[in-house]
Design a protein around this ligand. Structure first.
Ligand code: SF4
Length: 188
């Protein structure tokens, strides 16, 4: 979404990245590349207490919508409130594609929101190809992830096939998840 908006010369206030602390190394490297390549203020936000603390406190997040998604939403709303104080007309953009129109419909935002990829008629597949064509290959992670969706490495919503692929390609992350929480290890 960001690359397409830049190419269309849309005005962008800032790029916001929510750091869950549970990102794959390939995604962390991708984020560093974005920071290096794109000359737009890059804002990294995280929950003030951190997901590690919240995990110890609440246990593994529930697959139907756990504390992690709530924490992420609250932090992003807080950031938007802060930005809107000085820029009241600013419109947050979310990267849902046309395959995810149902998710966009379910969103209940506090102010107007844009879904540029839906406006542009882009699918998940076309977006991935667009990134590849411009040299952003996410370290090849989409080539081995069966669902072609990348989330936190210990996300409870992942399929068994995705978990098996993570075990194969990133056994060290499974060990980290084991160390984070006994219950989290059972999820794997
Ligand atoms: S990807 Fe999964 S674990 Fe990570 S924030 Fe989203 S729901 Fe939670």
């Amino acid at each position: 979404m960001l690359l397409m908006m830049v190419e269309r010369q849309e005005r962008i206030h800032s790029i916001v990245y929510f750091d869950t602390e549970w990102e794959f190394p390939e995604i962390q490297e991708h984020i560093r590349k974005i920071e290096r390549d794109i000359d737009i203020p890059f804002v990294r936000v995280r929950h003030w207490a951190g997901f590690e603390f919240l995990l110890k406190r609440y246990g593994p997040p529930h697959p139907s919508g756990g504390w992690c998604t709530a924490a992420k939403r609250d932090v992003l709303v807080k950031y938007q409130r802060m930005v809107r104080k000085r820029n009241p007309d600013i419109v947050p953009c979310i990267g849902f594609t046309v395959d995810e129109k149902h998710r966009a419909k379910r969103m209940q935002e506090k102010w107007p929101v844009r879904y540029p990829l839906i406006e542009y008629g882009e699918t998940e597949e076309s977006c991935l190809q667009y990134c590849y064509d411009r040299g952003y290959d996410f370290g090849g992670i989409y080539d081995w992830m069966p669902s072609k969706r990348v989330s936190c490495y210990c996300c409870p919503k992942q399929s068994n096939a995705d978990r098996a692929a993570i075990r194969k390609h990133h056994p060290e992350l499974v060990s980290i998840a084991d160390a984070q929480s006994g219950q989290m290890a059972m999820e794997f």
